[in-house]
Design a protein around this ligand. Structure first.
Ligand code: COA
Length: 202
């Protein structure tokens, strides 16, 4: 889950595109990924990631590389057999507003289609960006509690105002699926239950 702590969401206009190759991440990307993500984390914009977490989740990541430098990243984390979550989306400050974020999201969406996912979701403070990527806002309560598990280690756990957004990829499946979120044990069955963070005021 991308647990941004606050937004740097100035409304920006995409200018000229910069040449960037978007590809699956390699283990050698870990150091620049840590620098990119934790650079924003230090400014309270994203949740920090450790080398261990990145190593564990490296197959989730796509990166954008321009002139030999890592300028963007994003991850698709499988959540259930038919849903996934966009995490750790970031574009280097110097490369922002040049279409890199869009290309990273497009690659993630393409991958989600390849895996026949019905829908992907994100928790974000930059809803305008995700709206442009075809996501729509959903009630936080519409997402199962398990999706909020990263929130437990977020400093804003008790006062979170992130926006939940979703993009349905296969509407015909999504509409008819009886188990949209897979087999999630109820609170009485296991230890998955977490308290739902405070809902933002409108
Ligand atoms: C959000 C972020 C990934 C966008 O990346 P980017 O490469 O600058 O975005 P792009 O240039 O691909 O922009 C694509 C479109 O979104 C719009 N957009 C980009 N950032 C925006 C923002 N903060 N608010 C509103 N619209 C935005 C652009 O104007 C562009 O619109 P257009 O195609 O109509 O011209 C980047 O600003 C970032 O890394 N922010 C810090 C980390 C962060 O907040 N991550 C998101 C966590 S969920």
């Amino acid at each position: 889950m991308i647990s941004s702590i606050r937004s740097d969401a100035l409304v920006e206009t995409a200018q000229t595109q910069i040449p960037a190759e978007v590809r699956k991440a390699r283990m050698s990307d870990i150091a620049p990924l840590l620098e990119l993500i934790n650079g924003y984390a230090a400014r309270g914009i994203m949740l920090p990631r450790t080398e261990f977490e990145l190593s564990e989740g490296m197959r989730d990541f796509v990166v954008a590389e321009s002139e030999g430098r890592l300028v963007g990243c994003g991850a698709l984390h499988f959540y259930s057999p038919t849903t996934g979550e966009v995490r750790s989306l970031a574009v280097a400050e110097s490369a922002k507003t040049h279409g890199v974020g869009r290309r990273v999201i497009e690659a993630i969406i393409e991958e989600a289609f390849e895996y026949s996912l019905d829908a992907i979701f994100v928790f974000t403070y930059v809803p305008e960006f995700f709206r442009k990527m075809g996501f729509g806002e959903v009630e936080r309560g519409a997402l199962p509690l398990k999706a909020w598990k990263d929130c437990l280690r977020c400093p804003k756990f008790q006062g979170c105002d992130e926006i939940a957004m979703m993009r349905v990829l296969r509407p015909e499946h999504w509409a008819t699926s009886s188990q949209k979120w897979g087999n999630i044990p109820s609170a009485s069955e296991g230890t998955e239950h977490v308290a739902l963070p405070i809902i933002r005021s409108q």
